[in-house]
Design a protein around this ligand. Structure first.
Ligand code: ATP
Ligand code: MG
Ligand code: MG
Length: 353
């Protein structure tokens, strides 16, 4: 069989490696951390930083195709690799997704509506942007934010000041987003192959706690019209980027039925973990299929379900959860259960269709 390279050694890399193995592929992980979740299941582990030239050359030599499990892979590394072997999703998709300013511009240009936003380079920009948005908004660093990190909220209270807000996120280039009063959050997992075929999974409804995804529920409570709009936006994004692989795209739904895109991730997505329990083809297998030129798999759902992330101490409940009928448990092989650390997830089948 042939070999797939995966940059990044977290749980997403681990689940990609498992899906690859089931389809007869070997996997090589590039990850500086020795005991990472993905290295426990991959065939080989190159222990080096994501921008180590020798490691990149080695990875490209060992693999027929290269992918990644997180959006902060250095674009230079992806470009270097792509001169030797295909890198999917493309370095361009990676570049757009890892900078919120570039991402928002790309979405808006593609005709995909987002929350209002303004670029913030300094305190003065932040003051002006807050004024424009009635004192309310969320300041987000352009790069390296995840799980709600690198964000400061302004609720419009008098005590808040732009100076502290900007320094609180490290005084780095940022954007201020208008505060969205959403009725719910939804996401789409979709895939596109090299030939341009697209498959979209059913939309999930997501609840976040402390900025971290807590649950994803399928089906959603919103209308099929809104779900359809989300799927259309994902198709636009995939086509606009000439994308190959799985994408995860997050949205806010407003009371008047308006859909606003929040962000996309050029990879398998936490809100798509339910697909492994409720679809013939999981998002992980779908990604492997898309990047290796295999036919895209069936995205139909055979069950209603709720995916719950097991974060930190939640892991202590696993023995109990394992007793539940219809609970599909997936653990990531991480040692220490620190607060906020994603240790695993469980998908509960709530109804067979
Ligand atoms: P992820 O872990 O999904 O990559 P992230 O750190 O990139 O998260 P966002 O997705 O931008 O951050 O925001 C995290 C959560 O904060 C959102 O899912 C949503 O609940 C809330 N949020 C973000 N932006 C806004 C907004 N403009 N208005 C209201 N709520 C927001
Ligand atoms: Mg994000
Ligand atoms: Mg998000």
């Amino acid at each position: 069989g042939s070999t797939i390279g995966i940059i990044g050694g977290g749980q997403l890399g681990r689940m990609l490696a498992m899906a690859a193995a089931r389809l007869g592929y070997r996997t090589v992980i590039l990850e500086p951390l020795e005991n990472c979740p993905a290295a426990q299941v991959a065939n080989e582990h190159i222990v080096a930083s994501y921008d180590n030239p020798n490691a990149l050359e080695q990875l490209a030599e060992l693999c027929e195709v290269i992918t990644y499990e997180f959006e902060n892979v250095p674009v230079d590394s992806a470009e270097t690799l792509s001169e030797i072997k295909p890198v999917y999703p493309s370095p361009e998709a990676l570049k757009v997704s890892q900078d919120r300013l570039v991402e928002k511009r790309f979405l808006n240009k593609a005709g995909i509506q987002t929350a209002q936003w303004l670029s913030v380079e300094n305190e003065g920009d932040l003051e002006a942007a807050l004024l424009a948005f009635g004192g309310k908004g969320i300041l987000k660093t352009r790069r390296f934010g995840y799980d709600g990190k690198g964000q400061v909220r302004f609720s419009g209270d008098k005590g808040e000041d732009a100076k502290n807000g900007f320094s609180a996120i490290g005084s780095v280039p940022s954007i201020l987003e208008a505060m969205v009063e959403f009725v719910c959050e939804i996401s789409v997992i979709a895939a596109r192959d090299e030939a341009g075929n697209i498959k979209v999974y059913d939309i999930a409804e997501n609840v976040h706690k402390d900025g971290i995804l807590a649950t994803s529920t399928v089906p959603v409570s919103v209308s099929s019209t809104i779900a359809g709009l989300a799927a259309d936006a994902a198709r636009k994004l995939l086509e606009g980027l000439d994308y190959v692989g799985v994408v995860g795209m997050e949205f806010f739904v407003l009371a008047n039925g308006t859909l606003l895109a929040n962000e996309f991730a050029p990879r398998v997505h936490n809100s798509g973990h339910w697909t492994e329990a409720a679809c013939a083809t999981s998002q992980f297998e779908q990604h492997i299929r898309a990047i290796t030129g295999l036919p895209l798999g069936d995205t139909r759902r055979h069950s209603d379900c709720v995916m719950e992330n097991l974060i930190g101490d939640d892991i202590d409940r696993v023995a109990e959860i394992l007793k539940e009928p219809g609970a599909v448990v997936h653990l990531y092989g991480k040692g220490e259960a620190r607060p906020g650390r994603k240790m695993g997830h469980v998908t509960r089948i709530t109804k067979r269709l």
